[in-house]
Design a protein around this ligand. Structure first.
Ligand code: FES
Ligand code: FES
Length: 178
């Protein structure tokens, strides 16, 4: 079946089984490396992309469901020379550890803040509660997201000497910024 997708502003027509997960098309046919294969079950967020104003999990989304939709992947947010402000905030805060989860975290946070620009930190954490980070870099990522959202960003006093740079035992999304 022939399906047309618009990805990062470019139109692509692909001959594919309509039940193929969108993630496979993005990675295998379009060679995009932003969306990652994590669980493949819709449970970790690594494969997140933006479509129709929402963060969706491309590993459990049949490509046919996205026919005609405007899809944005992490690559479509900004460039190395001109990163999107949320990407710049992650750079400024050196928020990544291994970086595998960043795609899902950045896109989920962006989609949420696009909808609710005045969200509190607690609301941001709730929005991120289904996106997993195995490196426990939550504290730094929350700092980056707070920076992007215009919230006060606590100092990094607690970072010294930590293997992950998170200082106190890393706060998970619901644990607050240390
Ligand atoms: S790979 Fe899609 S949610 Fe985990
Ligand atoms: S930085 Fe490694 S999984 Fe989040």
């Amino acid at each position: 079946m022939s399906i047309t997708l618009t990805v990062n502003g470019r139109s692509h027509t692909i001959d594919v089984d309509p039940s193929t997960p969108l993630l496979y098309v993005l990675s295998d046919d379009l060679a995009l490396r932003g969306p990652k294969f994590g669980c493949g079950l819709g449970q970790c967020g690594a494969c997140t992309v933006l479509a129709r104003g929402r963060a969706i999990r491309s590993c459990v989304t049949p490509v046919s469901a996205m026919s005609g939709a405007d899809i944005t992947t992490l690559e479509g947010l900004g460039t190395v020379e001109r990163p999107h402000p949320i990407q710049q905030a992650f750079i400024d805060e050196q928020a990544a550890q291994c970086g595998f989860c960043l795609n899902g975290i950045i896109l989920t946070a962006k989609a949420f803040l696009d909808q609710q620009p005045n969200a509190s930190e607690a609301e941001i954490q709730r929005a991120l509660s289904g996106v997993l980070c195995r490196c426990f870099a939550h504290t730094r990522m929350l700092r980056a997201i707070n920076r992007y959202a215009g919230h006060p960003v606590p100092s990094r006093a607690g970072d010294a000497g930590s293997a992950t740079g998170d200082g106190e035992p890393a706060s998970l999304w619901t644990g607050g910024v240390k």
